[in-house]
Design a protein. Structure first.
Length: 269
């Protein structure tokens, strides 16, 4: 894809965040697709959604502050390859080539980091801290079912002293040292240990804090509710992919302040 050089002022920090969320679709759109439960058909399709925003400052405590009205969105029900081109174009139009620091934040899904490597090489990659914490909480509940006291004690060590401090190698070692007799629990522990080991360099949270960067994907999480939200999940409707993508495009254009561009594109088509 050949893109023109965009001139303008340097951008201190530019972020790309990506996530996926399911929407209910008509039966024909899920034929041959497996559901989340073994042996059950799928009832939803995944919307891949991304946002781009900028940051120029931080508060007195050093926490990042997003530039007001700087967030734009791009999304569709489509393959990761197709979406990669879509979010790359959005980032480019927002001044990716002028950004002095570039950051990609996601929840740890493999497709996100594949796209980051392909379309945003050299960007700082960060796994959303709150998703990482959720992984530990799920494990704590499996280790100590119906025992919130021991769950919190376990989290105090593994989250506050290890994960939050970016000591991922020590966290992985601690997880792999757990040796339960339950085979399902053992498999869960191995899966989580692999997750943290695979994303270790994306979880150096103290380092990112010192650079005054965001370490959470709250912007795209909110975007999933704003762009998708009630219009798809709580409306009671089942969508075709074509109609869903039209609505997603319309919502993105509206939130991006490009509403008239959408209708120009539709008339041209």
């Amino acid at each position: 894809m050949d893109l023109p050089v965009i001139l303008g002022e340097p951008i201190p920090i530019l972020y790309v965040q990506m996530d996926g969320t399911g929407i209910p679709v008509v039966k024909k759109e899920t034929e041959g697709r497996k559901g989340r439960t073994d042996g059950q058909p799928a009832h939803t399709r995944e919307v891949k959604l991304g946002c781009v925003f900028t940051q120029a400052t931080w508060d007195k405590e050093g926490y990042a502050i997003r530039d007001p009205d700087s967030t734009t969105y791009a999304g569709a029900v489509e393959t990761a390859e197709e979406f990669g081109k879509r979010i790359y174009l959005e980032a480019w139009n927002r001044g990716w080539n002028r950004a002095q620091k570039k950051v990609v934040i996601g929840d740890g899904a493999e497709w996100i980091w594949n796209l980051a490597d392909q379309h945003f090489p050299g960007a700082v990659q960060i796994v959303d801290l709150y998703h990482a914490r959720q992984h530990l909480w799920e494990l704590a509940r499996r280790l100590y079912p119906n025992d919130p006291v021991n769950q919190k004690l376990w989290m105090k060590v593994h989250q506050k002293r290890l994960l939050d401090k970016g000591k991922i190698e020590k966290l992985v070692l601690a997880l792999r040292s757990i040796d339960p007799t339950n085979t399902d629990l053992l498999e869960k522990i191995r899966t989580e240990a692999d997750y943290f080991e695979r994303n270790a360099e994306r979880m150096r949270y103290p380092k990112y804090r010192r650079q005054h960067l965001f370490v959470g994907s709250g912007v795209i999480e909110a975007g999933c509710k704003t762009v998708i939200g009630a219009r798809f999940k709580r409306s009671g409707m089942f969508w075709t992919v074509c109609n869903a993508n039209s609505m997603i495009a319309l919502r993105c254009r509206h939130l991006n302040g490009r509403f008239e561009d959408y209708w120009e594109t539709r008339r041209a088509a």
